[in-house]
Design a protein around this ligand. Structure first.
Ligand code: FES
Length: 86
C-alpha cells in the first residue's frame, strides 16, 4: 500500500497564520499511523502567494490535496479518509 504523504507548510505566512500549532502533527502522525503515513515539514507550498488576498493559510498538503485553514483535526481527518478509516 502506498504511503500517504503529509507536508506541513512551515513557511512564514502559514507559520504566522497558525501553522506553528501544526508542528504537533510531526509527532502525532507517526504515533497514530506508524509507517503508513510520511509526514514532514515543508517550505512555502506556494499557495499563500497565489491566494494572497484571501489567504486561507495555514496550508497542509495531504497527497495531492491542499487543506486550507488547516488544523490538527482537519489533517487527521483527511489522513484517516485516505487510509479508509473514519
Ligand atoms: S507559507 Fe505556506 S503556502 Fe506559503
Amino acid at each position: 500500500m502506498e504511503k500517504v504523504s503529509v507536508k506541513v507548510c512551515l513557511g512564514t505566512t502559514c507559520f504566522v497564520m497558525g501553522g506553528a500549532n501544526l508542528q504537533e502533527l510531526i509527532d502525532i502522525i507517526p504515533r497514530k499511523y506508524g509507517d503508513k503515513v510520511e509526514v514532514s515539514g515543508s517550505q512555502c507550498l506556494g499557495m499563500c502567494s497565489i491566494k494572497w488576498n484571501y489567504s486561507k493559510a495555514p496550508y497542509v498538503k495531504v497527497d495531492d490535496d491542499i487543506i486550507e485553514e488547516a488544523t490538527v483535526e482537519k489533517v487527521l481527518d483527511a489522513v484517516s479518509k485516505k487510509l479508509g478509516q473514519n
